[in-house]
Design a protein around this ligand. Structure first.
Ligand SMILES: [Zn+2]
Length: 276
């Protein structure tokens, strides 16, 4: 499988084949390279809630927005709580949570829209970014899936919410983005007990850590893929990155950096059509 995330700049990756095949669609994931932040946040931190200087976070967001031709004022963000609430957003929400945390969508870990000219944004440091696309309905969505959001079924929620609104799972394409890989992600029995609610024993997304009782290596990417397939998205419509936020020093990693770190932004949106 070809890698969906291709570097477009030191500061971000894009989902290249979506970018090439779907006019106006912009989707990708930032790195930690090329920003203004200092210390633990060196340098492209986009997270408001980590005690970085507000002016640096805003400058970083504006810098990425400029490079994407999606000004920060068109971004929409959320106060992410590792829950499974998903919000439908509109052009009129433009700028909420973009340059100020207080105006973000409260208690929200997923966003979707059919409106053009807005960029859906969520922040990450190891958790899994999920990207959704219906070409037929010109709809995009994204969700933040750490282990909690994953086992709460936020990916499946996106699919069922879209289905209620007339979009069949068969027409949805999904991409699983840069996040902590199985080799870097050791978890305990408590997490695996939750994971088991989703698995049927045939293709387990985790393996026991050798010589360590009650410790496991978990692939959140495989688990999310499994959940999306169970929700009805055809397997051939789902692609997953090989890029790990912990293995690669171009990303912030909550696990690797012991919690003292910044956040990358995952983004998806449609450019406004230019009338000719
Ligand atoms: Zn890794």
């Amino acid at each position: 499988m070809t890698e969906p995330f291709v570097s477009a700049h030191d500061s971000f990756y894009i989902i290249k084949d979506w970018h090439e095949a779907v006019p106006g669609l912009v989707a990708g994931f930032s790195t930690k390279v090329g920003g203004s932040s200092l210390g633990h946040f060196d340098s492209l931190n986009t997270g408001f809630h980590v005690n970085d200087r507000l002016e640096d976070v805003c400058a970083n967001r504006q810098m990425i927005g400029g490079l994407l031709s999606f000004p920060a004022e068109t971004w929409i963000g959320a106060c992410q709580t590792h829950g499974n609430r998903i919000a439908a957003v509109k052009k009129s929400d433009s700028g909420k949570g973009a340059l100020c945390y207080d105006t973000s969508f409260a208690d929200t870990d997923g966003l979707y829209t059919e409106d053009k000219g807005i960029l859906l944004t969520l922040c990450y440091a190891d958790c899994v970014p999920l990207y959704f696309l219906s070409r037929q309905h010109e709809r995009v969505g994204t969700a933040h899936a750490g282990w909690k959001g994953t086992v709460l079924g936020i990916g499946a929620n996106m699919v069922s919410q879209w289905k209620q609104e007339g979009i069949e799972p068969e027409e949805i394409e999904a991409v699983i983005g840069p996040s902590i890989c199985e080799t870097c992600y050791k978890v305990d029995q408590r997490v695996i007990d939750e994971v088991r609610r989703w698995t049927d024993g045939s293709a387990l997304p985790y393996s026991p850590a050798a010589g360590e009782s009650g410790q496991f290596y978990l692939s959140l990417q495989k688990l999310n893929e499994w959940i999306l397939i169970k929700a009805g998205i055809p397997k051939e419509n789902i692609r997953s990155t090989k890029r790990c936020t912990s293995c690669s020093t171009e990303f912030f990693s909550h696990r690797r950096d012991h919690g003292k770190t910044g956040r990358m932004v995952g983004f998806i949106g449609w450019k406004e059509r230019v009338s000719s």
